[in-house]
Design a protein around this ligand. Structure first.
Ligand code: AP5
Length: 216
């Protein structure tokens, strides 16, 4: 399964839910890259400049990351890709990797949300500095301002959620990632999901969509 959509549409929030509900590993290239940046690994140091500008990290870097994850035994029964692929070159490479392993995609879920709501969600996002928890200052606030409910660590704003970087991420999405919508439509794998409304409403729509039998 792939979650596709513009920055801030709620892919990560719903990916956490689906991964725990269906016990499938979630592979988020954004999370893997941020982990590399935080630990100052060679990969993280290479990726940081691109991420801070809101650009995509080069294909060969992210493809290497995903290749390593997909070949691990935990992915042999299924997986959820959040934020990958993001270019046609990445999608072509993914098809090759899956074919090599005798695997096939079931769903490519395209999250749809108006641009003004995307900007509102990104500008209010706060992430835990220690654990994967993500909040929104208005719609999903923590119990105590600036403190993670799960682990008590400080909440921080992602450096790429600054307004000027958000605009360039949205432009990069339109130019480099949106072509994947037609790419997967042509393969008859694309499912549109209305990403508006409360988290629980989106969850319900997503579960309904995933339970629809695939027409072969
Ligand atoms: P990445 O981390 O993948 O960022 P993204 O795709 O831009 O997506 P986001 O994490 O911003 O948003 P989301 O859709 O997950 O929304 P969320 O659930 O958090 O990538 C970051 C960078 O890494 C890229 O710019 C690039 O540089 C690099 N990168 C990553 N993958 C790459 C690749 N494949 N190739 C090349 N480069 C790559 O929700 C957003 C906010 O809204 C949160 O505050 C949340 O609490 C809130 N929210 C969620 N749902 C709702 C709801 N229903 N109602 C109200 N609020 C909600």
């Amino acid at each position: 399964m792939i979650f596709l959509g513009a920055p801030g549409v709620g892919k990560g929030t719903q990916a956490e839910f689906v991964a725990s509900r269906f016990h499938v590993p979630k592979i988020s290239t954004g999370d893997l890259l941020r982990e590399g940046v935080a630990k100052q690994t060679p990969l993280g140091l290479k990726a940081k400049g691109y991420m801070d500008r809101g650009d995509l990290v080069p294909d060969e870097v992210v493809i290497g990351l995903v290749q390593e994850k997909l070949s691990s035994s935990e992915c042999s029964l299924g997986f959820l890709l959040d934020g990958f692929p993001r270019t046609v070159a990445q999608a072509d490479k993914l098809s090759e990797l899956l074919a090599d392993q005798g695997l096939a995609l079931d769903h490519v879920v395209h999250f749809v949300l108006p641009r003004e709501e995307i900007v509102r969600r990104l500008s209010g996002r706060r992430s835990c500095s220690k654990c994967p928890a993500v909040y929104h200052i208005e719609s999903i606030p923590p119990k105590q301002n600036g403190v993670c409910d799960q682990c008590g660590a400080d909440l921080v704003q992602r450096s790429d959620d600054r307004p000027e970087t958000v605009q360039s991420r949205l432009t990069v999405y339109e130019q480099q990632t949106a072509p994947l919508i037609d790419y997967y439509k042509r393969k008859d794998l694309l499912f549109e999901l209305d990403g508006s409304g409360p988290v629980e409403a989106v969850q319900d729509r997503l579960l309904a969509l995933l339970s629809k039998p695939r027409v072969e």
